[in-house]
Design a protein around this ligand. Structure first.
Ligand SMILES: [Zn+2]
Length: 58
C-alpha cells in the first residue's frame, strides 16, 4: 500500500495525491492540471492523518 498525501494547487484549487515518498525537502510538486507548484495545506494534513491511519491499519 502506498502512503499518499493530499496537496492543493493554489492556482486552480484542484487536489492532487502525492506519494509520501516523493515529498521531501527540496522536492517541488507540480499541479498536474496547470503546472503550478502545489502546497501542503491543513486540509491536506487532515487527509494525511486519515491516510496514515489506514496505512497503519493495513
Ligand atoms: Zn493547478
Amino acid at each position: 500500500m502506498e502512503l499518499t498525501i493530499d496537496y492543493e494547487c493554489p492556482q486552480c484549487k484542484k487536489d492532487s495525491h502525492q506519494r509520501f515518498a516523493d515529498i521531501s525537502p527540496g522536492k517541488m510538486r507540480k499541479c498536474a492540471h496547470c503546472g503550478a507548484t502545489v502546497v501542503l495545506t491543513i486540509k491536506g494534513l487532515r487527509g494525511f492523518e486519515r491516510a496514515l491511519e489506514d496505512y497503519c491499519r493495513a
